[in-house]
Design a protein around this ligand. Structure first.
Ligand code: OAD
Length: 262
């Protein structure tokens, strides 16, 4: 059972006082833009598969067209989606707080499109494909060439212009390391923050899921925005049980009196 009256006032007081804030987002942040959360993504065409097995280097090696097609389908979905009021509220927090770092596990670009400053993408991006052999960055396919993504399932990946090996999605798969620079910057931000706001993440996938716990251990306050209970409840000083698109603008308004950006 969630709380009936979200303690938004307490959260606003904490946010209003904070000088160094980390906003940490997961798939629930994009849900109300129509991008299904990771664990809800395997509907329709993809129902027969298991996300945990598709999002692996082994799956790509075994069936590159299947995995590339799945990510192209997701990229199309994201391209058609629009950021919501919660994404804009995150950018508003960045513009109000003296030092606010956005750390996201999301591979979409909705934060960027809502005006976020330098989001750290811990799990990579749908828009940064690279060669699976030599790691040369590859261009995102033209929309016209990827129509099979949303409709036909399998799409053979393009070849690398340098070495001809298959191009792979620029996302982090299970069993792979997180991008070092982004992870280091996130750890640094978490180590020095006085408040971490976690939004729409199940807190199950490590090492990213460690960040709210690390912040709490190091003395920062944690606020959680999520309609459901998660393992982060244990360290969150305030739990705002509701959807990001409603709760985050309400939090900005309760803190600064309006939802607009300065
Ligand atoms: P999950 O799909 O595990 O969890 C989504 C969370 O969002 C859940 O806790 C939901 O309760 C919550 N949620 C759903 N709708 C929401 C809404 N409207 N507002 C706020 N919260 C909402 O997604 P992540 O925690 O992001 O990694 O998953 C972490 C990683 O697991 C992903 O980045 C992906 C996946 O494996 C990789 O691909 C490496």
């Amino acid at each position: 059972m969630g709380q009936q009256h979200p303690p938004i006032g307490r959260a606003a007081a904490l946010l209003g006082q904070a000088r160094r804030v980390v906003i940490f987002t997961g798939a629930g942040m994009s849900a109300e833009s129509g991008v299904p959360t990771f664990r809800d993504a395997l509907t329709g065409l993809w129902r027969q598969f298991d996300a945990q097995t598709l999002a692996t280097p082994e799956a790509f090696r075994a069936d590159p067209a299947l995995v590339w097609g799945w990510y192209e389908w997701r990229r199309h979905l994201v391209s058609r989606a629009e950021p919501h009021a919660g994404h804009r509220a995150v950018s508003a927090i960045q513009s109000r707080v003296p030092h606010a770092v956005l750390v996201t596990q999301n591979v979409d670009d909705l934060h960027e499109r809502a005006g976020a400053v330098d989001p750290l993408h811990l799990h990579g991006s749908l828009f940064a494909p690279r060669c699976s052999a030599c790691a040369r960055p590859a261009s995102v396919p033209d929309d016209g060439t990827t129509e099979a993504g949303p409709t036909g399932g399998r799409v053979p990946p393009p070849g690398c212009v340098r070495c001809s090996a298959p191009v792979r999605p620029g996302v982090v798969w299970f069993g792979e390391e997180l991008p070092r620079a982004a992870l280091a910057a996130a750890v640094e931000a978490v180590s020095s923050c006085d408040l971490l706001v976690t939004v729409g993440t199940s807190g199950l996938v490590y090492p990213a899921a460690e960040l709210p716990h690390a912040a709490a251990r190091l003395g920062a306050t944690v606020i959680q925005v999520n309609p459901e209970e998660t393992p982060v409840d244990a360290v969150a000083e305030v739990n705002l049980r509701g959807p990001a698109a409603r709760v985050l603008p309400a939090l900005v308004e309760a803190t600064w009196g309006d939802t607009g950006r300065r």
